[in-house]
Ligand binder design. Structure first.
Ligand code: FES
Length: 213
């Protein structure tokens, strides 16, 4: 069963508090622990998270290029194996998709095709473990990495960085551009406030630091 575009709960004090707590947790150097880092990186490459909009013909802004640092956003109470979830992140116009594969791997991506910006869909019955599919020109993306596996898209899907809380809730906490690792994307947006970002270099991080200096 796929889950599509659930209406986000109306903001309330509890949600605000939870979001603030998560933001603090991410931003606090002492709390951005090795465990968190490993959880992000390990589960991303085999597990946790993943997934901004790409530039199509120079017209569209890249997913995640909205002003400021993306705010953590609770996107689901939980996502079960085989399910997908359409949501918007980091901006209200930024279409994104989260998928959980049968082995538990959770991944998030921009749902805007890097070819001509059609909507990318999750087809869990295609390929060996499902795939991300663009029906406009048969573009196909690897569900684990977002890389292009077939069709005309010029680059892989930007990622939405997801984390899963102990209660099973799934949060989007940042984005990574095509070609960036999740860590590079997170550090480009969060800066050196995170211990895991100190010394991190990458195309995105370097460019961002240059822009800030
Ligand atoms: Fe997706 Fe062309 S718009 S393959």
């Amino acid at each position: 069963m796929s889950v599509t575009d659930p209406q986000p709960p109306a903001p309330d004090a509890g949600a605000d508090a939870a979001q603030e707590a998560l933001r603090d947790r991410i931003a606090a150097d002492s709390l951005t622990t090795r465990r968190d880092y490993l959880r992000i990186v390990a589960t991303v490459s085999g597990g946790l998270a993943v997934g901004g909009v790409a530039v199509a013909s120079g017209i569209l802004h890249r997913h995640g290029d909205a002003d400021g640092t993306p705010q953590p956003k609770r996107i689901a109470d939980r996502i079960l194996p085989g399910e997908s979830l359409a949501f918007r992140y980091p901006g209200d116009e930024d279409r994104a998709i989260a998928v959980r594969m049968e082995d538990g791997t959770l991944a998030g991506y921009s749902a805007v095709c890097t070819h001509l910006a059609c909507a990318v869909l999750w087809r869990k019955d295609r390929g060996s473990e499902g795939e991300l599919y663009c029906p406009c020109h048969e573009g196909i993306f690897d569900a684990r990495t977002g890389a292009v596996t077939a069709g005309p898209p010029p680059r892989g899907l930007p990622k939405v960085i997801l984390i899963e809380q102990l209660d099973g809730s799934v949060w989007a906490i940042g984005t990574a551009r095509s070609g960036e690792s999740l860590q590079e994307g997170l550090c480009r947006q969060q800066g050196d406030a995170l211990r895991l970002c100190q010394g991190v270099s990458g195309p995105g991080a370097a460019a961002e630091r240059s822009e800030r200096s």
